[in-house]
Ligand binder design. Structure first.
Ligand SMILES: NC(=O)c1ccc[n+]([C@@H]2O[C@H](COP(=O)([O-])OP(=O)(O)OC[C@H]3O[C@@H](n4cnc5c(N)ncnc54)[C@H](O)[C@@H]3O)[C@@H](O)[C@H]2O)c1
Length: 300
């Protein structure tokens, strides 16, 4: 079986695939134009988030049997279309859950204690001790929108910190240590809101002007899920109008952002989509990608 690795993947995983008898070529910087030309010669491809696999590409690859995405979301792949053409589409759903959860929790601490802003003042040789009275996370209510693999990891950690955890997820019936509530209830009660749901037609812009109006004044928002679930214009307004005290963003409607004004706000802290970027998560992603492809190759 001939596999093209289109995005950066752990060397160990590639070694294991070769040792299992697969022919593996790597081109971590392949462009969409090149991909259309070379992919038809392959049985399978490995992608992360950089390479998009859309219908026109699938159409020129009638021999493609398997697409493995190292990561959680399948929004970069026309997965239903690929499956309708008999292509197996796989991902690594749990490999990065703990890493994303830790980032979300880290962001809550950073918002509560203004850690980033305090660092900036210290680097500017300013001793503004009185400017940084923060809050504890313990005793506060965390509202999770989406309580799947990552949401549950966040909930476990937040419970250990003494937070009350409520969640809105219409597809889930129970989650340990979490009270499931309606979205409006979550918006009204949460001191922190953290998003852990996929971007779908239903979730696009689901946190907009009307939802911000229902939130507690001084609420803090964390988005380590996907850009575009929060309406960025409405978030900008809520942050400048004082309704939202702070936001922490790892993901954006456009990546990199085309307009940086949201990120530049004083009460926003931000990172460039690094939720899964830990040594541990990358190791687990690589291992799972290799396991799944080797198993697939054995069966075909
Ligand atoms: N920042 C990063 O680097 C990074 C890394 C991994 C995953 N993610 C994002 O995190 C998201 C969550 O990951 P996960 O592993 O927990 O996925 P998951 O599939 O285990 O859980 C997602 C949950 O969201 C729920 N959901 C779906 N639509 C919803 C809606 N409209 N309203 C409320 N809940 C809804 C589902 O029922 C499910 O329980 C992924 O979809 C991905 O977009 C980001």
């Amino acid at each position: 079986m001939k596999i093209l690795v289109c995005d950066k993947t752990e060397a160990e995983a590639i070694e294991r695939l070769r040792a299992a008898g697969l022919t593996v070529d790597t081109n971590f910087e392949i462009t969409p134009e090149e991909l259309v030309k070379v992919l038809p010669a392959y049985d399978g491809m490995i992608v992360r988030s950089r390479t998009k696999v859309r219908q026109p590409l699938i159409d020129v690859c009638p021999n493609l049997k398997v697409i493995v995405r190292g990561g959680v979301g399948l929004d970069t792949i026309d997965a239903d279309y690929a499956r309708s053409k008999g292509i197996t589409v796989m991902n690594t759903p749990k490999a990065s859950s703990a890493s994303v959860a830790e980032l979300a929790i880290g962001y809550m601490f950073a918002l509560a204690r203004s850690i980033c802003k305090a660092t900036e003042t210290m680097k500017a040789e300013k001793w503004e001790k009185k400017a940084f009275e923060g809050d504890e996370l313990g005793g506060k209510t965390l509202g999770l929108v989406g309580i799947g693999n990552i949401g549950r990891e966040v909930a476990r950690r937040a419970n250990a910190l003494g937070m009350t955890v409520i969640a809105y997820d219409p597809y889930v019936k129970e989650a340990e240590g979490v009270e499931l509530v309606k979205l409006d209830e979550l918006l009204a009660e949460a001191d922190y809101i953290s998003l852990h749901l996929p971007k779908t037609k239903e979730s696009e812009n689901m946190i907009g002007k009307a939802q911000f109006e229902k939130m507690k004044a001084g609420v803090r928002i964390v988005n380590c899920a996907r850009g575009g679930i929060i309406d960025e214009a409405a978030l900008y307004e809520a942050l400048t109008g004082g309704k939202v005290a702070g936001a922490a963003l790892d993901v954006y409607a456009a990546e990199p952002p085309t307009d940086w004004k949201l990120v530049k706000l004083d009460n926003v802290i931000a990172s460039p989509h690094i939720g899964a970027a830990t040594h541990e998560a990358q190791g687990r992603v690589g291992a799972e990608v290799a396991d799944k492809l080797i198993e697939f190759a054995k069966a075909h």
